[in-house]
Design a protein around this ligand. Structure first.
Ligand code: SF4
Length: 336
């Protein structure tokens, strides 16, 4: 999309750039539950939850509010059993996120007497908290001048400054973070970070940026915005074949506690080697994607004469309260 010729470079006109962005945000800011709070625990929960889960999905199912109803403080989550926190996170995927939330809560209690540090560098020492999350908690909860860069902000900044290095490369990341720091409004870091993130969510979108109504169009250096940001080639999915049994007897179902990185702490269907099932006819076949794996699961009914380590019978009535990965739960619902 063609843009006006008289563009002012944002880094040479930072005050005007910030002013244009904040005026627009003041008029159009969306209302989200995590924008109604400055409690660092609540901000941290929202930031961790919104990594790899869309805003729409979190809002639609009240996942943020429900999680905080169950774990309203770091003391409560610090003492909760893992099974309970996994159950509360079920369906959101990437379960190490909630394990790290618990570890971070414990670290705040043990190392900071229960009070969150406000500066990004100290926040980054907490388990599972990277540079982005540290900056987000620091700026959103404490209004500290800490820059943040997530996918939306990286896209906006790469376009505004016409950066053609891959944003997921070391040098690209360095440039983007530097730009985020230089453009950040030191007096209004909470508002500025929210505004630039929202610009990426609403107008400066991946495929069709709405440059004609963009509040910072007169500063934007990109000649071909839709071609930015540049990214490194994508990691390929790994195809996995699994052979599982649906074995139910006397109102009980045989399940296995996952130990592999994809499903640690979650109950799954008992798996067997392909050779062990070669003579059997699968009752059904299921395909699903989990992390970077494309799984084809061949499901057989009944059998296990043998029980393996980690396998246990559970009453069918218990299924609702057990942590079970979403694809497996869907198979159970479809097959029972
Ligand atoms: S919407 Fe267009 S003008 Fe605005 S920052 Fe994105 S690419 Fe630039």
């Amino acid at each position: 999309m063609k843009k006006p010729n008289a563009r002012r470079h944002p880094l040479q006109n930072v005050r005007a750039f910030r002013g244009a962005l904040l005026r627009w945000f003041g008029e159009t800011a969306k209302s989200y539950p995590w924008r109604e709070t400055t409690d660092p625990w609540e901000i941290l929960v929202s930031e961790i939850m919104l990594q790899q889960t869309t805003v729409t999905s979190v809002l639609a199912n009240r996942r943020f509010e429900n999680f905080l109803d169950e774990f309203p403080s770091i003391e409560i989550i610090a003492n909760a059993p893992e099974e309970k926190i996994l159950r509360a996170w079920e369906g959101l995927g990437y379960y190490n996120r909630v394990r790290n939330l618990q570890k971070a809560a414990r670290a705040v209690l043990e190392n900071f007497e229960g009070t969150f540090p406000s500066d990004a560098a100290t926040l980054e020492t907490l388990p599972g908290i990277g540079r982005y999350t540290a900056g987000a908690v620091s700026s959103f909860a404490f209004d500290q001048p800490s820059p943040i860069v997530d996918g939306n902000i990286a896209r906006v900044l790469s376009r505004i400054l016409d950066i053609h290095e891959p944003i997921d490369s070391t040098s690209g990341q360095k440039k983007i973070w530097q730009a985020a720091g230089e453009l950040l409004d030191q007096k209004n870091p909470r508002l500025f970070n929210s505004a630039i993130m929202e610009l990426g969510q609403t107008l400066c979108t991946p495929r069709s940026p709405e440059c004609l109504i963009c509040p910072v169009r007169n500063f934007c250096q990109a000649s071909s915005p839709a071609d930015l940001p540049v990214k490194k080639p994508r990691k390929k999915f790994v195809a996995v074949e699994e052979h599982a049994f649906l074995h139910i007897q006397g109102g009980k179902i045989l399940l296995s506690l996952g130990e592999d990185s994809r499903r640690k702490g979650f109950w799954k269907l008992p798996l067997r080697e392909a050779e062990r099932c070669a003579h059997l006819e699968p009752a059904s076949k299921h395909r699903y994607v989990i992390t970077h794996h494309k799984v084809t699961l061949h499901l057989y009914r009944s059998d296990p004469g043998d029980l393996l380590d980690g396998e246990k019978y559970h009453a069918l009535t218990e299924l609702e309260s057990l942590p079970i990965a979403t694809p497996v739960r869907k198979i159970l619902v479809a097959e029972q």
